[in-house]
Design a protein around this ligand. Structure first.
Ligand code: ADP
Length: 398
């Protein structure tokens, strides 16, 4: 069965068509600038050439119509008709406490996702528009919702509660939810496979280090803690997000700079993290890594602070699980940068970690990068959120 995986942003839409049985990618692409002048679609059939076409898209329904046209196009398409698409899997950012697992989309599910809009005002409404557009264009095709937050719903109360008046949890559900759940789930399962061990017997820490970054602790097959919170702002220092900070900083900066809470929060989301620490140089870790090797002050302080924060979370989660069997690195930086993995693992001597430099230099495969005598395993596992969404969708509709 072919599964169409849709990841809808406010002005963009990423898609992949995946054969659920062979788990092979059939085609993929991206619609950009939806509802804005200059919208375009890029489309790549597996093994074929990427094409980029300027095409007006006034809304997400137009975008999905173009996606379906591309997939069924006589020359470059990959299916003869829409009947060959068995189901659609939608990535949904926030499921709140309503969803602890993926689910088939019904009108009731749509209402429950809408209830979570306040918790993810930039993402959930866009995800819902994607669902509505698919419903309009492919009314008979079953659809599944796969939530970024669902994997973390197994966290115990002591991990998800904040130390604030309990009534705020009661009234408004203010708590830690966590994100990147699809990736944390996929990577931790792959880790067990790579180690040839039972998922339920392992203590795993997953470091998802991309532009957005988060760490999770997975004990005996269940997520027990994660670094992102009510929103994705908490936790690690990220590309442009600050991560953890003293909340009093917000009022302090408002007073000093004469800015509103909204303006400071926007800076904490968009101008902080690696971008902010480097004095505005770049949010791209590759640029910072290059400058680090040239001993540029701004890059040294930024990369040091980034690596230190990751190492601190690994220490915290080792304590939370009373040990760790494997630490996994994934996402853009985690998968590709031996330098940052080395820098983080330099803090972890107490876990008896010994990296194998040759293995740490490899890319693009699931690999153990420690020596045989290393007391704790360190793994690099390329994440594949689309495949994880396709798997979940297939399991639900099959
Ligand atoms: P997101 O999905 O959150 O946008 P990604 O997982 O694609 O992020 O990761 C993007 C980040 O990964 C970028 O900051 C980029 O610098 C970093 N990255 C990608 N390739 C490399 C590399 N070879 N070395 C270091 N960093 C890399």
């Amino acid at each position: 069965m072919n599964i169409l995986v849709i990841n809808c942003g406010s002005s963009s839409l990423k898609f992949q068509l995946i054969d659920a049985q062979t788990e092979k990618l059939i085609a993929k692409g991206l619609c950009e600038r939806i509802g804005i002048d200059g919208s375009r679609i890029s489309y790549t059939p597996a093994g074929g050439e990427k094409t980029e076409t300027a095409a007006p898209m006034k809304d997400h329904t137009d975008a999905i119509r173009l996606v379906l046209d591309a997939l069924t196009n006589e020359k470059t398409g990959v299916v003869k008709s829409l009947d060959e698409i068995g189901a659609v899997g939608h990535r949904i950012v926030h499921g709140g406490e309503n969803f602890a697992a993926s689910t088939i989309i019904t009108d009731e599910v749509i209402r429950a996702i809408e209830e979570c809009n306040d918790l993810a005002p930039l993402h959930n409404p866009a995800n819902l528009i994607g669902i509505a557009a698919c419903k309009e264009l492919m009314p008979e095709t079953p659809m599944a919702a796969v939530f970024d937050t669902a994997f973390h719903q197994t966290m115990p109360e002591e991990a998800y509660l904040y130390g604030i008046p309990y009534e705020y949890y009661d009234k408004y559900k203010v708590r830690r939810y966590g994100f990147h759940g699809t990736s944390h789930s996929y990577v931790s399962h792959q880790a067990a496979k790579l180690l040839g061990r039972n998922y339920e017997d392992l203590k795993i820490i997953v470091c998802h280090l991309g532009n957005g970054a988060s760490v999770s602790a997975v004990k005996n097959g269940k997520c027990v803690d994660t670094s992102m919170g009510l929103t994705p702002l908490e936790g690690l220092i990220m590309g442009t997000r600050s991560g953890d900070l003293d909340p009093a900083i917000i009022e302090y900066l408002c007073n000093k700079e004469g800015k509103s809470v909204g303006e400071i929060l926007s800076e904490l989301n968009k101008k902080s993290g690696v971008l902010g620490l480097s004095g505005g140089f770049s949010s791209d870790f590759r640029d910072l890594e290059d400058e680090f090797h040239k001993d540029s002050d701004f890059a040294v302080r930024t990369m040091n602070a980034f690596a230190y924060r990751v190492a601190k979370y690994i220490g915290a989660y080792t304590a939370a699980m009373n040990g760790v069997d494997a630490i996994c690195f994934t996402a853009g930086l985690g998968e590709n940068s031996g330098f940052i993995r080395d820098k983080i693992c330099a803090y972890l001597g107490y876990l008896g970690i010994v990296l194998d430099p040759e293995a740490n230099g490899k890319r693009g495969e699931d690999i153990d990068i420690t020596t045989p005598d290393s007391r704790t395993r360190v793994l690099v596992i390329p994440t594949n959120e689309e495949l994880a969404i396709a798997r979940e969708t297939y399991a639900l509709v099959n």
